[in-house]
Design a protein around this ligand. Sequence first.
Ligand SMILES: [Zn+2]
Length: 372
Amino acid sequence: MKYSFFLTFLLSSLFSFAQSKLSNPEEDCEFVLPWTCNECTFNWTGECLNNLPQGNGVLTVFHGSDEIMRYEGEMEKGTFNGEGYYKDGMNEMEGVFENGNFIDNNPYALQRKAIIDTISFNDTKDWELKSQFTKQIDNLHFTFPSKGYGYTNRDKLLKECVDAFNANCKIINDPDYTEFTQIIFVDSKKEMLLHSGLYIKGGAANIYRRTVHMVVFDNGIESEKRTNPPIKHEIMHMVSMTAWGIPPINVTWLNEGLATYAGDKCSGYSVSELYRFFLEKKMLVSMDSLSENFYQIEEMIGYHQSACIVEYLIENYGIEKLEALWKNGLTSFENIYGLSFSQMEMDLNKHILKKHPLVPNIDWSVLKEGCK
Ligand SMILES: [Zn+2]
């Protein structure tokens, strides 16, 4: 099993950190650049409302005479919001922006074009009837393939999902999950692409559409072993974001950490055993990386390091504080917990060394490929 994202991606993680406020005296307009550049200037062809770019236009940022950033599209209150095209020295993206974040930009979107023939989802050029099995249990609507491993094991998988909703509600102290939600099992990565838009194995939770997609197939298909769908992980995304909202970008690690913590063991190792291994091998990443570039970190490290932090915070400080951190973001950590993040990390490392004096015998080259 490899983990998957929840579907919000950021334009730039730098948004929540270093910034420079650029002003344009001619227009009496200001733009906050998401990184530090005190000598930069900007130009905006559209209107300004309350001194902030608003509506449609082209925004260009200059360093001297060099254009270093360009955005063409809709803005609201000075942030990219709506249809737009963005380009800077490292990034180029076109699509929909929301509060400065680029939505649904994922590494697979670029990859999948090269990998898969998207004009052959149907076998013939004519109309085709495709069958599925569906079942509804209160607010949960399930869809399964009409044959194969997912079909044969549909009752077991459905029960695992229902149990996961209950167990996850318990973890975050939520009385009940009552949102109408679709759980859709598909039997290949290709079907995953067709239904979720993501060419991935594993699963994906879409909080906006209240939909969870998971891939499940048996040995022999796509030359893969049986998949082990991350049911508790993806359902925790749904439960936690429904109860607490979508967290600020600098605590995406908390969102993935909580989901991974709920998912529990990976290849038989607990999250604290995995943390112990990474600690020993000096593979843990800095808090800056966790909070700024979560999805760029080696997956098995980022997800399990975060899960271990979540486990430690819940066990030692309770779920209410975690909820507060989720809602208020990383900058509120010290206020909520009464100690700095780095102090907490030191305490955690001490705790882990005591809990697991011996380093688990993990083969990194195997673990790297995902939880078995
Ligand atoms: Zn996830």
